[in-house]
Design a protein around this ligand. Structure first.
Ligand code: NAD
Length: 308
């Protein structure tokens, strides 16, 4: 096809880029001309300790002639990570919120700390890092943000109540940021990846670990962060070279009363459950459109009242 997608002059921050998917994103962005902040706390897969995994990736990028700097802060202190970009490269254009850990346990065995730590790293970490980048994006009227969700967040998964709640929370965050960012040319999209990495070792069989290489997901993230990609508020699933999109689907539904003065009874909900649940002629509302649809229900009832 046409010209190569380039990121020359851009500065990209990738959190959790010391290994797995983040490393692949960092290498690809650098390969395509972006300077990269390779952030990684370097702890264990369940969030203990710290280390210098980011150095290895920075050295890989530099060995290929790219520009990169390591950052060892936790995403819980995302403002420091953004500051690393400003101090070293003078700007930030792209933020890939990717850092993550697991504390998998069935809900009854999930301690407060297992719940809180997962939320602090995934959801709060993405929030504070994005909040720190936002004023820079606003000022330059340009910014690209990626949130990282998971099929566990979208569909649920046994033993991942903490993780799935945080991961779906990231989708909610992205939905709102895509609305708030529109007038400043700040785009926010969500990736739902699947790849062989430290987090999926022991979950994916060995041949799938090899076949689902993180660098098969990275090109999707690059496209979503490019100037020429108009998407914002999108949710993209990617694995093993396959790429697809999600959207919400809602039944057409029905109004269970004739006038604004009517109540509705539980029996009316029961008696109409089949039609309420009928996905034929369903709708795919997006953004604020969804609440406007409900506003229209009330308006229709009020019009009916007025014409009586
Ligand atoms: P990974 O363990 O290889 O990479 C995650 C990196 O984040 C690690 O290098 C880790 O040190 C770093 N990190 C952890 N806590 C941090 C913190 N507080 N601050 C900074 N860095 C921190 O795992 P991965 O599979 O590459 O995961 C990347 C992201 O993709 C995660 O958010 C994960 O939940 C998500 N994800 C992965 C899959 C998959 O199939 N691999 C599926 C769905 C979602």
């Amino acid at each position: 096809m046409s010209s190569e997608l380039r990121f020359d002059g851009k500065v990209t921050v990738v959190t959790g880029a010391g290994g797995g998917l983040g490393r692949a994103y960092a290498l690809w962005f650098a390969e395509r001309g972006s300077a990269v902040v390779v952030n990684d706390l370097g702890g264990s897969a369940s969030g203990e300790g710290s280390g210098r995994a980011a150095d290895v990736v920075v050295n890989e990028i530099k060995a290929k002639g790219g520009k990169a700097v390591a950052d060892y802060n936790s995403v819980e202190e995302g403002d420091k990570i953004v500051q690393t970009a400003i101090d070293n490269f003078g700007r930030i254009d792209i933020l890939v919120n990717n850092a993550g850990i697991l504390r998998d346990k069935s809900v009854v065995n999930t301690s407060d700390n297992d719940w809180d730590l997962i939320h602090r790293v995934h959801l709060r970490g993405s929030f504070v890092t994005t909040r720190a980048a936002w004023p820079h994006f606003r000022k330059q009227n340009y910014g690209r943000i990626i949130m990282t969700s998971s099929v566990a967040g979208i569909y649920g998964n046994f033993g991942q109540s903490n993780y799935s709640a945080a991961k779906l929370g990231l989708l909610g965050l992205s939905n709102t940021l895509s609305i708030e960012g529109k007038k400043y040319n700040i785009h926010c999209n969500t990736i739902v990846p699947m790849a062989g990495s430290r987090l999926t070792k022991g979950i994916l069989p060995p041949d799938m670990m090899e076949g689902m290489r993180p660098d098969l997901v990275a090109p999707v993230v690059l496209w979503l962060c490019h100037d020429s990609c108009a998407d914002t508020g999108s949710v993209i699933e990617a694995a093993a070279g396959w790429v697809g999109k999600y959207r919400w689907e809602r039944t057409k539904g029905m109004t269970l009363r004739e006038s604004t003065n009517d109540p509705i009874l539980p029996e009316a909900v029961r008696d109409n459950w089949e039609q309420i649940s009928d996905f034929n002629n369903s709708l795919h509302p997006k953004g604020s459109e969804a609440s406007m649809l409900l506003g229209k229900v009330l308006q229709d009832l009020m019009e009916k009242d007025a014409n009586r």
